[in-house]
Design a protein around this ligand. Structure first.
Ligand code: XCC
Ligand code: SF4
Length: 632
């Protein structure tokens, strides 16, 4: 076997530079150039002290002008902006979940969309009090889907899924008045509170940010995850590959990008049919290679082992290879640059959702009821485009790593069951893991998530933090673009165990896992929320007592802030590598990084330096361990 070696960030960057050379040749723009054009950023915006929520403004806070025209101060403006930022993220994740629920309504035996995990559906039906005895599984699916959609506008009560949290968490949420109600309502309340002439006190605004976030993590996102599992299968361990080297010079390269698996699942399903493969061959290619970017890639890699071409800041790179016949996108995190960039190559840029309309794209409205026809049309379009490739523009970096993926909660338990052998007490629980944590073989866990952001060197923080943490016997669970950074670097190769401390290395060997576990896309952070609540149960403690923290070192999107709010809302400290436009108010920062802990038992930390950030997480984990030991 070939010797195992991580791919370094320098190697990523060297290949990106070569691709940018091709870009120059064809007159392409790049994010690297646009960052230069946008620097320095507007200081008012960056500090969150610019308000334009009414037309008396925009008002900008300075020492000379400490209040807006209406009299709002920096704290009020910063906190309102923070809540609106959160609401944007909650709306986005949750609407994705809603689309999935509508797709679940379309399932039928033998149709494009089927119930692939009836067991999981029955678990949900039971939790929700849906009759299952003697009923057709599709009747159950449709009723559950309808109840799911109603969670968005329920007229009273809280989100159904919160019953999965620990009793202590549920009590905290109710006591603090932040238990999430109807998802749409939490977003609307956020918009209402931040309208001109409403709330301008930071704490109530931040409480609503928590509540809004919780309706995402324990509402919309969980809907996305759970219903996707029902329709497309709950992920199980499988092997795949990551980085641009997964694209194939002799094949039709289709890249799926975005978030909603309703589209990408269909592309994968129909591209594998003998008819489509034959069609590609008729066009002179050796077959069809599908790879992915961003979270839709995570979805299909987790369930089918479809290789990951790259993450957020690598999306232009897939086009720059000159070998991408077609990039098809659904929603979220799609650079509007892709259209003009594709025009510099033969690449077809296909948009499919009314939520995401972009210039210079071909729009094929993707509807679940016409899924097969839509998918086949898109695949054929890619095949027919193969002949238009310009050989002189083709350069695919021969860089890729092996990656093991598919670690849903169910799969983690399944892997642990393999270790407990005959100990029936431990079957189906996290108890073997709990023992490792209690004994100190594992020091703790970090949930590393989120995007890339040019404010940090792309992938550098993700990969280097992970290396430091695993060397300190801290296991990682990942999702989103963080997971893809790890996979590209080689950290999801099981041989990466040799980079771990002795304890984690032993766990990896025993359980047969890599030291960083791919848990899916960003809506799948809801898996992590379940994991921490179940772990707390199995450990007999509260979530905020666990030696577990969250980290988003390179985040950029509103969704990430919504996530941050539900992660701390669930009692897990969150470490950021980028400021959420709150630096302009000490009072707001004081709440987010201080007193919010009195409400939910966790808070934000922020640090932009790699070594310091790693140390802060390790220290916090050790602090939690020490407390845990003294209360046991
Ligand atoms: Fe988007 Fe989800 Fe961020 Fe990646 S990690 S850049 S949100 S694709 Ni969610
Ligand atoms: Fe200015 Fe107040 Fe209007 Fe904001 S709401 S733009 S601070 S006047």
């Amino acid at each position: 076997m070939e010797e195992f070696k991580l791919t370094t960030i320098e190697e990523f960057e060297a290949e990106t530079n070569k691709l940018l050379e091709t870009g120059k040749k064809v007159g392409a723009d790049s994010w690297q150039q646009r960052v230069v054009n946008q620097t320095p950023h507007c200081k008012f915006g960056e500090n969150g002290v610019c308000c334009r929520i009414c037309s008396m403004g925009p008002c900008r806070i300075t020492p000379k002008a400490p209040r807006g025209i209406c009299g709002c101060d920096a704290a009020g403006i910063v906190a309102r902006n923070f809540l609106r930022f959160t609401a944007g993220g909650t709306a986005t994740h949750s609407d994705h979940g809603r689309e999935i629920a509508y797709t679940l309504m379309e399932t039928e035996a033998g149709g494009s969309y089927e119930v692939k995990d009836p067991e999981k559906l029955l678990v949900i039906a039971k939790e929700w009090g849906v009759e299952t005895e003697g009923r057709d599984i599709y009747d159950v699916a449709h009723e559950v889907a309808e109840l799911g959609v109603m969670e968005y506008g329920k007229i009273k009560g809280f989100q159904r899924w919160i019953k999965r949290a620990t009793p202590e968490r549920q009590a905290t949420w109710e006591k603090e008045g932040i238990a999430p109600r109807a998802i749409d309502r939490e977003v609307v309340t956020a918009m209402h509170m931040t309208h001109m002439g409403n709330s301008s006190m930071p704490e109530p605004l931040i409480r609503q940010a928590l509540r809004c976030g919780l309706s995402d993590g324990w509402g919309g996102s969980m809907m996305g995850t759970e219903f996707s599992d029902v329709m497309f299968g709950t992920p199980h361990e499988m092997k795949t590959e990551a980085n641009l080297g997964v694209m194939k010079e002799d094949m039709v390269n289709i890249v799926v990008h975005g978030h909603d698996p309703s589209l990408s699942e269909m592309i994968v399903k129909y591209a594998e049919t003998p008819e489509m493969v034959a069609y590609a061959k008729e066009q002179g290619a050796n077959g069809i290679q599908i790879s992915g970017v961003c979270c839709t890639s995570n979805e299909v890699t987790m369930r089918h082992g479809i290789p990951m071409a790259g993450n957020f800041l690598a999306q232009e790179n897939v086009v720059l290879t000159g070998a991408c016949e077609l990039i098809v996108v659904d929603v979220q995190c799609i650079f509007p640059a892709l259209g003009p960039l594709s025009k510099c190559f033969h690449t077809k840029f296909v948009t499919t959702s009314n939520i995401c309309r972009q210039p210079d794209s071909e729009f094929i409205h993707f509807e679940p009821a016409k899924a097969k026809d839509n998918a086949i049309k898109i695949i054929k379009m890619a095949c027919e485009n193969f002949k238009n490739r310009k050989k002189e523009n083709v350069y695919i970096p021969q860089m890729k790593q092996e990656a093991w993926v598919g670690y849903s909660c169910e799969e983690i338990i399944h892997k642990l069951d393999g270790v407990t052998n005959s100990n029936v007490d431990e079957m189906g629980t996290y108890k073997p893991l709990v023992e490792c944590v209690n004994s100190g073989v594992l020091r703790g866990a970090v949930a590393m998530v989120g995007c890339n952001n040019p404010k940090q060197r792309a992938d550098f923080m993700h990969v280097e933090l992970m290396k430091k943490l695993i060397a300190n016997d801290i296991i990682l669970v990942l999702s989103g673009c963080s997971a893809q950074a790890a996979a590209k670097a080689g950290l999801m190769d099981k041989r990466a165990k040799d980079l771990c401390g002795q304890g984690l290395k032993r766990v990896c060997e025993l359980v047969d896992i890599p030291p960083v576990l791919h848990m899916g896309s960003c809506v799948d952070i809801s898996r992590m929320m379940r994991l921490v609540c179940d772990l707390a149960r199995d450990m007999g403690c509260e979530t905020y007592e666990l030696p577990v923290v969250g980290c988003a070192p390179e985040w950029m999107s509103e969704k990430a802030v919504s996530i941050g709010n539900y992660v701390i809302g669930t009692g897990i400290d969150t470490f950021l590598g980028i400021n959420p436009y709150t630096a302009g108010s000490e009072e707001v920062e004081g709440i987010l990084k201080g007193s919010v802990e009195n409400i939910v038992g966790a808070k934000y930390f922020e640090e932009h330096d790699l070594d310091k950030l790693a140390q802060m997480m390790i220290d916090r984990i050790e602090e939690k361990r020490a407390k845990l030991a003294s209360c046991n």
